[in-house]
Design a protein around this ligand. Structure first.
Ligand code: AMP
Ligand code: ZN
Ligand code: FE
Ligand code: FE
Length: 284
């Protein structure tokens, strides 16, 4: 069983539609893929239909942007009730704040002579998608200012950049509580990723999340080197958490390919056993 538990679509900053993701998962030889767009569950229905048609298991999920001490922390929530009022209200608030934040970032960039316009950036945000920095990058790539999303991030869009603007994001402890209350299974995404020094939680902070209901750590992730993976496994072992693996696939928007990291079937079974808000779509 090949299971990849973290992927994005055009409902946030991925470059493939939800059904496109499922077709790509099938082509990559996956048995199951999780759809985990930033702050949105909008792609679930299309992905589920495609999963049934193409015989790929689909795990409904979301990647919630959180903030602690000014640093960005990402929380995966699997099998949440997509109609849970407190959670959907929080996600809607984050999406709205992301839109104004993008406009402010573009204004700062433009004021410094970087050739980008908000109206053009908007043409790179698919209808209904959660807007994010990768969409600014797409505008810069299309204008020939940079060659890739990665280059745009390295030069201007990274978390420590003077052009970085925060958006509303809940504290990770609150997000864990919201996911649990919505019947979901919370897993901390890429906890030791190299690119997010400011967003790294201490082991004791992760322990507090575990006390609040955090179920797992994403250990095998493209942004985790060998030592980070070992560290995540050790911490998960100490805290009694499950360990997941994923590609954090973004289609053409990132270098990773579907199936680059996998999750053990027993771990998906544990997530399924713990999730009460939505069901895994089974490949027949
Ligand atoms: P945002 O949601 O607007 O804060 O943007 C975060 C998203 O941008 C991440 O989920 C990645 O998809 C992408 N991203 C973040 N940092 C980088 C980076 N250094 N290089 C390329 N993409 C990045
Ligand atoms: Zn992303
Ligand atoms: Fe993330
Ligand atoms: Fe992600």
């Amino acid at each position: 069983m090949r299971i990849d538990l973290h992927a994005h679509t055009t409902c946030s900053d991925g470059t493939q539609s939800p059904s496109g993701l499922v077709v790509a998962a099938r082509a990559a030889g996956l048995d199951a893929v999780a759809i985990t767009d930033h702050d949105s569950t909008a792609g679930w229905t299309e992905a589920a239909e495609a999963g049934r048609a193409h015989r790929v298991g689909v795990v409904p999920g979301v990647e919630i942007s959180c903030e602690r001490d000014g640093g960005s922390v990402h929380l995966l929530g699997y099998l949440i009730d997509p109609d849970d009022r407190p959670l959907t209200a929080e996600l809607a608030r984050a999406r709205a704040s992301r839109a104004t934040r993008l406009e402010r970032m573009v204004a700062l960039l433009a004021a410094d002579g970087i050739p980008v316009r908000y109206a053009d950036v908007l043409t790179h945000v698919p209808a209904g998608a959660t807007p994010g920095r990768p969409h600014i990058a797409d505008s810069l790539v299309a204008a020939g200012v940079v060659a890739t999303r990665d280059e745009a991030f390295a030069r201007w869009l990274h978390d420590q950049s003077p052009y970085y603007v925060h958006h509303y994001a809940p504290d990770p402890l609150r997000a864990v509580e919201l996911v649990c209350a919505a019947g979901g299974v919370p897993v901390l995404a890429h906890p030791f990723a190299r690119t997010r020094g400011a967003g790294r939680l201490t082991d004791s902070a992760i322990g507090e999340l575990a006390d609040a209901g955090l179920a797992g750590l994403e250990a095998d992730h493209p942004d985790h080197d060998g030592p980070a993976r070992v560290r995540a496994r050790e911490l998960a072992g100490r805290l009694g958490l499950i360990v997941t693996g994923s590609s954090d696939y973004h289609g053409a928007g990132k270098a990773s390919r579907l199936g680059d990291n996998l999750t053990d079937p027993s771990v998906l079974a544990a997530i399924e056993a713990g999730g009460r808000g939505a069901a895994v779509v089974r490949a027949r």
